[in-house]
Design a protein around this ligand. Structure first.
Ligand code: NAD
Ligand code: GLY
Length: 385
């Protein structure tokens, strides 16, 4: 049995379904027909690795449903999430006479999903697109919510558009082939959702991680109940993300409340800085966010009354993700410098997502937190690793 999460966007007629289940890829054809009525042809964007694993199943199902499909493979990795790749994808759309009654499918992780969504947003000012996420991070986070975009020489994810998918299909069986560090990165984002959502999702995440070791994830599929539990776990994560998006689709910059989309940035201030000082090579994004959450939690203890007990609990649950934690050679000063790059402006524009308690995020202006508090928090996290 698959589970459905509906993203009904506030104030808009548009809503879409996120399907979470097992062995869904073989039903891709009927799914596409059900979410894009009267669909003509589809272009699938994937990469060599993911397509070699799952492309044939998706294409066979589309053919059986009499949907014409074309495949375009992009390079694998963050460096291919670029304007250059987007242009090549758009050229492929044009050469294949893709029209607004056709659709584009992203088959892959967040890199493929973000780029495909962006290409679909700008081609003919918007064609329908669908997401088939195949990493844990893309299942529970990037495929839901319509943030699409690419990187550039002036920063990550600074060029983009909000373009909601017409549907998302999550087949948890695809996680069987995912590398364990990629799983860890996804679980770090799952812990983040738990920490900002509430005790219920936090405990569910912690229980799941206690029950199933990330290191031998693929082997767990031999237990019948595992895939079902994984499906329920992914569903509850998706439901949380969907609820945030429903309520603040465009991340309203004036909002600072505990339900605004901004709270999803918990762990990202220090996380991005850690990625930057290590040239985006040392940590997976999710891992950097994992450590960034711990730094934000240390700051929360000082300025938002976050308790020592909950801080220890958060540390313990982040460790359960089997996070790659070697921070040797990273000094706290350079991490602070990486986000306090403009001392005049940044303090007033920087907004920290802190915790008053598990499930009680608070958005705090950078001006309210001293550099010493930030430095100490980062030093504490780095020293422990
Ligand atoms: P990714 O897309 O680079 O995938 C990680 C690796 O796993 C790749 O090498 C990929 O080929 C491989 N892979 C994918 N599925 C596989 C499978 N089933 N089996 C084996 N290998 C598989 O990384 P990601 O973590 O999925 O996504 C990261 C991207 O997501 C970043 O660019 C980030 O900015 C973006 N992101 C976007 C949002 C959003 O809201 N749009 C949110 C969070 C992150
Ligand atoms: N991943 C952050 C967001 O979707 O808003």
């Amino acid at each position: 049995m698959s589970e459905h999460v509906t993203v009904a966007l506030r104030g808009r007629e548009h809503s879409y379904e996120i399907l979470v289940g097992q062995n869904l890829l073989e039903k891709s054809g009927s799914w596409v027909k059900s979410v894009v009525s009267g669909v003509g042809k589809v272009v699938i964007i994937s990469n060599e690795l993911v397509f070699s694993l799952y492309g044939e199943t998706v294409c066979a199902s589309l053919t059986a449903a009499r949907i014409e499909s074309r495949v375009w493979k992009m390079g694998d990795g963050e460096s291919f999430k670029s304007l250059e790749t987007t242009e090549a994808a758009l050229r492929f759309f044009s050469e294949n006479k893709l029209s607004r009654s056709d659709a584009v499918i992203a088959l892959g992780g967040g890199v493929v999903g973000d780029l495909t969504g962006f290409a679909a947003a700008v081609y003919l000012r918007g064609v329908p697109f669908l997401q088939i996420p195949t990493t844990l991070l893309s299942m529970i986070d990037s495929s839901v919510g319509g943030k699409t975009g690419v990187n550039s020489s002036f920063g990550k994810n600074l060029i983009g558009a909000f373009h909601q998918p017409s549907g998302v299909m999550i087949d948890v069986q695809t996680l069987k082939t995912l590398d364990s560090r990629e799983l860890t990165a996804g679980f770090c984002e799952a812990v983040k959702h738990g920490a900002i959502s509430g005790v219920d999702l936090f405990n569910k995440t912690s229980e799941f991680l206690k029950a199933y070791s990330v290191a031998d994830f693929a082997a767990q599929y031999q237990r019948q109940e595992f895939a079902e539990e994984l499906q329920r776990f992914v569903s509850s994560q998706v439901a949380f993300k969907a609820a945030i998006v429903r309520n603040d689709e465009f991340e309203d910059i004036t909002r600072r409340d505990a339900k605004s989309r901004k709270i999803l940035n918990f762990g990202h201030t220090v996380g991005h800085a850690l990625e930057k000082v290590t040239d985006y090579r040392h940590f997976k994004h999710g891992e950097a966010v994992g450590l960034g959450m711990l730094a934000a939690a240390e700051i929360s203890k000082k300025v938002a009354n976050f308790s020592q007990n909950e801080l220890s609990l958060l540390n313990a649950v982040v460790s359960l993700t089997e996070i790659h934690s070697d921070c040797k050679g990273i000094d706290a000063e350079s991490v602070v410098e990486a986000f306090v790059f403009d001392k005049k402006n940044i303090a007033s524009s920087l907004q920290w997502v802190l915790l008053e308690a598990i499930g009680k995020p608070r958005i705090v202006s950078g001006e309210e937190i001293s550099r010493e508090v930030v430095f100490e928090a980062i030093s504490t996290v780095l020293a422990r690793r």
